[in-house]
Ligand binder design. Sequence first.
Ligand SMILES: Nc1nc2c(c(=O)[nH]1)N[C@H]1C(S)=C(S)[C@@H](COP(=O)(O)O)O[C@H]1N2
Ligand SMILES: [Mo]
Length: 439
Amino acid sequence: MRHKKKCVGIHELYSKSPEKADFLLWGREINPSSRRGFLKKSGLLALTGFLGSQIPFADNMPGGLIPAALANSDEPFRIPGKHPELIVLNDRPVNAETPPHLLDDPITPAERLFIRNNGLPPENIAVGAWLLEIGGESASSTQQFSLEDLKNTFSPYTYQLLVECGGNGRNEFYPPARGNQWTLGAVGCPEWTGVRLRDVLRAVGIKDDAVYIGYYGRDTHLSGDPRKRPISRGVPIAKAMEKETLIAWAMNGQDIPLMNGYPLRLVCGGWPGSTSGKWLEKIVIRNKVHDGPKMTGFSYRVPCRPVAPGSEIAVEDMCIIESMPVKSLITYPRSGAMINEGEKLKVRGHAWAGDLVVQAMDISYDFGVTWQSCKLQPPRNRTAWQHWNVEIDFPGKGYYEVWARATDSAGKMQPMVVPGWNPKGYLNNACHRIAVKVV
Ligand SMILES: Nc1nc2c(c(=O)[nH]1)N[C@H]1C(S)=C(S)[C@@H](COP(=O)(O)O)O[C@H]1N2
Ligand SMILES: [Mo]
């Protein structure tokens, strides 16, 4: 299997290039394709944007070749407004994840938040003319709000809310699942400012038969067909009515970056990122489970009961993912760290548990035989991640791995191995581990 092969090289890499060892995590290789000098074929399309024109013979270009017009530039390939080391998995639509060591901040900075687009973001946005419509069969009326209306009519709130793609960690499932091969970094926890969805829904009027809400965004389907939507998902009315569920116009006190939903988005913290609709232009109150694109079939659903890897599952046996499972990341040091014998290593990161809180955080440096408990902070608010830290005193020289494991308030722990196989590769909350060498 591909992961095995890559693991073997780690010792070799340490001696030759400790820098490179940083790219090996759990035997998951983080593809350095976003860096200068190497590019996947799929990266080519994005580059045409920077060249300002198409490449008619793009199909003939050898894989990995960077157009000469850009090859001599000192600027690494980057998505405007985003950190140059974000790992670009796909450019049409744009999908990019954040390496764990770049997620060290307590509040994720805008330029480090991952991007998961299903279609093409809107262009030439006139914020002043942006309207949000609230309607649907279980709404007592249909109303439209400009951004100004929202700001003037309802009280603003700020919460730190966790957004994680349901497919984060997909790259480890076997048999593999199609889709973006996210490793660890399709997650972030910025601070969002906006109005409570419930305040807006109540103003419009919620009928007694309401069970769900659905969102629509202004992005375009990849086919270009204006009648098709790339995605339109939602949440049960109970999640919609939570005080932390926001219609947000700001992230970390500034406009939301275009790629993350400017000028308005829904944020449903702790649930699959796909419930947090970007470029928000319409919310419908439904008298049944919302049935927009990617709400039905196998999308964002897992088998209701565990299945053997590779099984065929009937669509009726698939259940919609709601709260995300308990998970954690080591954000310092990055994998491949080296320390001197006798030095203690300070390790830190974040942990989160969907709608629940994390009640314990432990690390192991002996491959899971013994565990040491970490200092764990409470969340700033519901569905924000929690910071943890610990100091490790290694017993001597050698190669170690630090494994990190969170436990939620219901007593559930992260598994050491990849959990419950499912056809679309969702909900991999296996422990994160990093390599450390004591010299
Ligand atoms: N309109 C719209 N909203 C969307 C998406 C999209 O493609 N279009 N992607 C969803 C998915 S699958 C995820 S994981 C999150 C990602 O949010 P981010 O790109 O701001 O990190 O947005 C969600 N909201
Ligand atoms: Mo997602």
